[in-house]
Design a protein around this ligand. Structure first.
Ligand SMILES: Cc1ncc(COP(=O)(O)O)c(C=O)c1O
Length: 438
């Protein structure tokens, strides 16, 4: 078949069952606020903020205008040895939103790049302070930290790793915190599980603290199916890393920008890491952009400790791109002027009650929630794991609701401008459709 006859053939789609998709394609052609419009003209309620990203809702006019204006004014400026005002302004604005002390901002273009950047900064910092033996990186089972070699090495989603060889050397993993026996149907943060952070002491004992540069975890693991941190767990990780001179990185690519409360999960939960990675909600996903917020002591350790000249041999052609910076500034303005984080926080209780009302529906073996996020876990179909969630995703889409299927879990993370009626619609539709799946 020629490419002209098959318009879907050329595109190799990311994280997609390409053959199945191309047999029954689903395409979106426009979006506004809480909804997508499909190519066959149907309204689809966005239960996932795109991919955990469009926190302020779709195609917001002020973000569109900022991008359009900047595109006509400064299409691009090289970020190496040159600057432009928008990226400095955005860095200052992000720094203001970060927990105390994390006020040095490095720009990237995605969550994956933010993670690899943070890991590299950790190594550079340890070396700069005369601790060059600290090269090990510790991630977590079931963690998702993007798809760079750093991210998949510290990540713990087996399918994301197994096709790609030996990955980074010198990486170890904490156990994940998922446990249905103790925590099924917990509302919010489970009481059981803080002790799992003590495994870090065992890893330190095994390798020696003098070999470990950093630990990276998502404060709430999203992509693996919404694993909510047990009470006291992140605090313990902070305590143990500090005790051993190990940097703590929170991957907040999903949890940032109002998703679980305030601007960061770190600030909301009161646990301050040494670095925070972000992306997605930073620009409302309107232009790709990521960033790493770095604590002053880590930044100064690398920058002040260096000889004259470039202090960190790292960066991207598009770091702090003008269009992304413009989108980021307009997005942060919108979050503030509309009180979007506060609005979402005012719905946390309603959201929690609504999603937990699905308990008892067919196949559902757990429901987890934090902020405006929910994970609904289905019992795997015998001999065909993941199929039920995939079928529910398809049925929801066919019936006007976008959810995210990951493994046997259906995740919800709608735009934060949602109203109670949207919550009712999402939960009502899932309640009805889950009963129709075998
Ligand atoms: C916690 C976390 N880190 C990193 C990433 C990777 O981000 P990106 O797809 O922008 O590279 C994601 C994406 O979902 C994520 O959830």
């Amino acid at each position: 078949m020629t490419l002209q006859n098959d318009p879907l053939a050329a595109l190799w789609m990311p994280f997609t069952a390409n053959r199945a998709f191309k047999a029954t394609p689903r395409q979106l052609k426009s979006a506004k606020d809480m909804h997508y419009t499909s190519d066959d003209g149907r309204q689809i309620l966005d239960g996932t903020a795109g991919l955990w990203a469009v926190n302020a809702g779709h195609c917001r006019p002020s973000i569109v205008a900022a991008i359009q204006k900047t595109a006509a004014e400064l299409d691009y400026a090289p970020p190496f040895q040159l600057g432009h005002p928008l990226s400095f302004e955005l860095a200052t604005r992000i720094a203001d939103l970060m927990p105390n002390g994390l006020d040095r901002i490095f720009f990237t273009n995605s969550g994956s790049e933010s993670v690899d950047t943070a890991l590299k900064i950790a190594l550079a910092y340890q070396r700069a302070r005369g601790q060059g033996t600290r090269t090990r990186l510790i991630g977590r089972e079931r963690g998702y930290s993007g798809v760079g070699f750093g991210g998949i090495s510290v990540g713990g989603i087996v399918n994301n790793r197994r096709q790609f060889g030996t990955l980074l050397a010198g990486v170890d993993h904490l156990p994940h915190t998922h446990n249905l026996e103790h925590n099924a149907f917990t509302k919010g943060r489970p009481q059981w599980g803080a002790h799992l952070a003590d495994n870090l002491e065992a890893i330190v004992a095994l390798h020696g603290a003098e070999t470990i540069a950093a630990v990276i975890v998502e404060p709430m693991a999203g992509s693996t199916g919404v694993l909510v941190p047990p009470q006291g767990y992140l605090e313990k990780l902070r305590e143990i890393t500090t005790k051993h001179g190990i940097l703590l990185i929170f991957d907040e690519v999903i949890t940032g920008f109002g998703r679980v409360g305030g601007a960061t999960a770190s600030g909301t939960l009161g646990v301050t890491p040494d670095m925070i990675t972000m992306a997605k909600g930073l620009t409302n996903a309107a232009v790709p952009m990521g960033a790493v917020a770095v604590s002053r002591h880590v930044h100064d350790g690398v920058v002040e400790g260096a000889a004259d000249g470039i202090e960190l041999f790292h960066g991207y052609t598009y770091s702090g791109h003008p269009l992304a910076a413009a989108a980021g500034l307009a997005t942060l303005d919108l979050y503030k002027s509309e009180g979007i984080f506060e609005h979402a926080a005012s719905l946390h209780g309603y959201w929690e009650d609504a999603v937990h009302s699905l308990k008892g529906k067919r196949h559902i073996i757990d429901i987890r929630n934090m902020g405006i996020v929910a994970g609904i876990e289905l019992e795997p179909r015998p001999g065909a794991p993941t199929k039920r969630a995939t079928e529910l995703f398809q049925k929801c889409f066919d019936n006007g609701l976008l959810v995210r299927a990951t493994g046997d879990i259906v995740a919800l993370s709608p735009p934060l401008i949602l109203q109670k009626a949207h919550i009712d619609e999402m939960v009502g539709r899932i309640a009805e459709l889950v009963e129709t799946i075998d």
